[in-house]
Design a binder for this molecule. Structure first.
Ligand code: UDP
Length: 346
């Protein structure tokens, strides 16, 4: 008998690849990936195989191409759920190139949702982001905090994404969805064999820190120290990517066991702790023994000043337990950067 399947879109990507590993290690599903490697590497699947012993079948298509996506769903029987990661995720790039973000992030989600309805796939997990909250005075934010204005096109695509799911859920209650609002996923798998692998120059803080330490980037910039925060730099809630990945397995089981009380459930995925850019740099320097070459620069367009998560709902309802602290996040990110350097996969 063929196994039930889960489709992971963006399976070669950073969170997608770590989630595939968690799914393999903790469920019986066959995992199918859809990824066009627009910001990831085919090597990821070899690395997943090295860690888990499992070969993953990937379809290399653009999810904005509805016909190609539908033909996959026609081909793959017994799909019980989709975890939809595939999206662009750089705040500064979205400010520079709004079309790329509005087009890709919304069109692909619409195709995924329509595909679910057409092919009777009733469980969908959507990668949302804490950026949906905008600049909020009252911290930490919980799932009922009212959104403020989106500070970037990227953030707005995530607000739109959640609205799309809410609207579909009202009209098509057979479709059960969860939106997971990621705070700042960082770090790498404990094996040191997979991690964040941006094809394009990174814009996220931790890959920039590790690439600066290894010498790929000569000097990094702290974007602003004139914010109203304890040291003037922005505050974020960093969370280990494997903790984020494990939350997807829990969320999937939650949907499959029909535990969601509303049709579109929302959960924050953060550690609950606010860490400034300068503090993150200090922790990295301490655990790696490397002095980072950085200077203070102007604020970055589209940045939120400070945000961190209230974790009560995800802890109580999902029973999600966070395993890794900030030191382990930095340590694993550094181990991964060294692996890339040694294997010349930079
Ligand atoms: N940041 C920085 N220098 C960099 C990259 C990022 O100071 O080279 C800051 C950025 O301005 C933000 C924080 O680090 O305040 C986290 O940025 P990231 O892009 O990782 O996450 P996001 O802003 O999307 O939460």
């Amino acid at each position: 008998m063929s196994k039930n399947k889960i489709i992971v879109t963006g399976g070669a990507g950073y969170i997608g690849s770590h989630t595939i590993i968690e799914l393999i290690e903790n469920t019986e599903f066959e995992i199918i990936s859809i990824d066009n490697f627009s910001n990831s590497s085919e090597l990821t699947f070899e690395r997943i195989e090295a860690i888990t012993g499992r070969k993953i079948h990937n379809y290399n298509i653009d999810l904005c191409n509805k016909e190609e996506f539908y033909s996959i769903l026609e081909n793959e029987k017994s799909v019980v759920g989709i975890i939809h990661f595939a999206a662009f995720k750089s705040v500064p790039e979205s400010v520079e190139n709004p079309y790329k973000y509005y087009h890709n992030n919304t069109e692909s989600l619409l195709n995924v949702v329509e595909g679910c309805l057409k092919f009777g796939i009733n469980n969908l997990i959507f990668s949302s982001s804490c950026s949906v909250y905008g600049n909020i005075n009252q911290l930490p934010v919980n799932e009922t905090t009212t959104f403020n204005k989106a500070e970037s096109p990227y953030a707005y695509t995530k607000q739109i994404g959640e609205s799309i799911l809410n609207d579909y859920a009202k009209t098509f209650p057979q479709l059960k969805t969860i939106s997971l609002r990621y705070f700042n996923p960082v770090g790498a798998h404990i094996s040191g064999l997979i991690g964040e692998f941006p094809i394009n120059p990174p814009t996220s803080l931790v890959p920039i820190i590790t690439q600066t330490a290894i010498g790929k980037i000569k000097k990094m910039t702290v974007h602003g120290e004139d914010y109203s925060t304890r040291d003037g730099s922005c505050i974020r809630d960093y969370i280990h990517v494997s903790d984020i990945a494990s939350a997807h397995v829990i969320a999937l089981n939650y949907l499959l066991k029909e535990k969601n009380s509303t049709t579109n459930s929302i959960f924050n995925l953060g550690s609950g702790e606010g860490v400034s850019v300068k503090e993150a740099i200090e922790v990295f320097e301490r655990i790696s023994g490397q002095k980072l070459n950085f200077s203070i620069g102007p604020r970055r367009n589209g940045d939120i000043e400070a945000i961190f998560s209230d974790t009560t709902k995800s802890t109580n309802e999902l029973k999600w337990i966070i395993k890794f602290n900030l030191e382990e996040m930095m340590n694993s990110a550094w181990k991964w950067e060294n692996y890339l350097n040694e294997t010349k996969n930079s």
